[in-house]
Design a protein around this ligand. Sequence first.
Ligand SMILES: [Mn+2]
Length: 231
Amino acid sequence: MEPPEFVPDVDHVHIDERRWNDIYVLGDIHGCLREFDQMLDQLDVTDDDLVAVVGDLVRKGPDSAGVVDRVRELENVVTVRGNNEEKLLTGDKARTDAGLREDHIEWIAAQPAALSFGDALVVHGGVDPRKPLADHTVEELQNLRSLASGYERPFWWDVYDGPRTVFFGHTPLAAPVLHDHVVGLDTGCVYGNQLTAYDYRSDTLHVVDSEQTHEERAASKFVEPKSTTEQ
Ligand SMILES: [Mn+2]
């Protein structure tokens, strides 16, 4: 088992992967409880399997409280705090808008900003390939996207090449990113597209189609997984 690489002010949980049979990583759920349940069912998740979510369980979709309740009740499902969880914690967004109670918020506050197992690192936004992992702030791990600005390329995952395999959400993608050391899983479930899961043991993807569009997002605002200049 590799030692944790983070400085103490980043809440980081290391998981011993040998404890688990299958390991799945899921993209942004955003309150889409039906698709989440359908995915758990489709993957045939048992008590011996681990499910790690890249954060943004809440907001924008129909049942944030239901998704949080489901993750809380399942001991083999873990998550990180995404920027949408952080918006509730900082008061930038009202918790009541998302239908969450005080106990939901306390639970959200106790979730880590990063998870690791084996060679994998799970964060919501990403990591900056220009600096050491230990120098990252929680805010960066939750919000990183472009290395330029806004939605301009290069994105961090166009450049990052290890050593860890980083799993991320946050940026709605036209298709999952599946490079050697990066796996991007936010395929816009809440925008009417798909919920995506990655099977860590078999290097395969699983999808559940959204039942409904809960928030509109133009097709042009979904990022293509590969840079057009990439070889
Ligand atoms: Mn999101």
